[in-house]
Design a protein around this ligand. Sequence first.
Ligand code: NAD
Length: 464
Amino acid sequence: MDIRSVNPAAPSDVVAEIASTTPDELEKILDAAVDAQLGWARTTPSRRAAVMGAIAAGLAASSDELVALIVREEGKTVAEATVEVIKSAEQFTFAAQLAYMVEGTQFPEEEPGTAAYTLRSPLGVVGAITPWNFPLSLPARKLAAALAVGNAAVFKPSPVVAAAGDRLVRIINDAGMPAGLLGLVQGADPATMAALAGDPRLRAVTFTGSDGVGERLAGSLHRFARIQMELGGRNAAVVAADADLKRAATDIAKAAFGQAGQTCTATDRVLVERSVADRLTEMLSARVSELVVGPGVRPDVSFGPVATAEQKSRLEAVFASARHAGCRLLAQGRIAEDVDPDGYWVAPVLYGDVPADHRLLREEMFGPVLSIVAVDSVAEAVRDINADGHGLVAALHTASLTTASRFARDVRCGLVKINGRTTGNGVAPPFGGWRASSSGAFPEGGRQAIDFFTETKTVYSTYD
Ligand code: NAD
């Protein structure tokens, strides 16, 4: 069974046709990974760090080609894809440092003459399964940390961005990685997926994707596999009455509509204090009306198409249900002239008067749509956020340090932004959601990645 990825701005443009990995091929990939991992785990940190550095350099050297591929296969603008390539290289630069940070602890001797200390060892072979919305930087965050601390990895990209996955693996392997250490599984053939999940050689899976697939995957994994899952988001931006409204409107529009809203950290609702709701609505409406959707290669567009035909039809169903429920269309952007009529275009929309139980306020939107809700206080907004099942990121715009500090303390999310966009994150701080946005005790990124990708051994050594 072949998988095929297409250009969402011109779906007749086929980007790649790649054969789906079969269970037999997976078996060989796992065998090779097990063999290669033993040697790799014993290499010095300086060797692993050097390879990580060479991968970062390889990504930077291929930047133009990678940007063009991401724009063509996933639909980002050139500016968005450029940021993604830079970020992907940075993940490997950062991971070079992780190679040196795998540390143990020495304990006081409870039995005189017997030293007790811990060693941390790589897990062995780990799986990395990723969605289409960041075809390079999401796999980069997972693979860089896993490989830097001595693991082998089996990487399964989304079929929607199969060519980008293939290119990333070639760049990594060309940078001096031992043969077989990084395996590539293409497609999502059910038999191959079941074989991967059930194979006891797979010591951990780091997954990013939808709630439903994450839940099914967690249920099918063998019971000794460690799990790290980054799932859906439903992210609010709260605007207090004392906020710099102009700056808040700019940040919110960027976080809601950048990348056609297809980021797990996108803002999908604004909770604004009632006294400034009209002014903020006016500012946001002006910004949304100026947005233009078109092919990511064109410099005059605000963002590109949505990535798949399924995304487009799902969002159209959301808009139809909003009309039916009497939601007020406050502002709408436009689709550029002269685009391919078959492209997956979705014009950005801003809604008000949304019933509290409508899907606009209850489901992950993952598209260029934003709703505004007036609230009586920041405390009410925090209660609303905490009542939601998801808990990835929440932002607050305020001039008050007290309001900001209380918000950061009280909101039940993995990431908090004060006077900033819900989107965007660094490579060194941990990244992860709470509650339904995650599953498993380990956030991604930062030094904490070592905890997920290694295990502890306690050694008692009697010398006297
Ligand atoms: P998806 O869940 O459909 O797919 C994710 C990956 O899982 C893909 O590689 C897919 O092929 C694979 N997959 C499908 N069935 C599988 C199976 N049975 N076993 C193993 N793997 C399987 O998600 P998507 O549509 O590609 O991406 C969009 C979703 O990703 C959104 O819900 C978004 O919120 C989420 N996301 C979350 C984060 C985060 O950090 N929290 C970041 C980006 C995207």
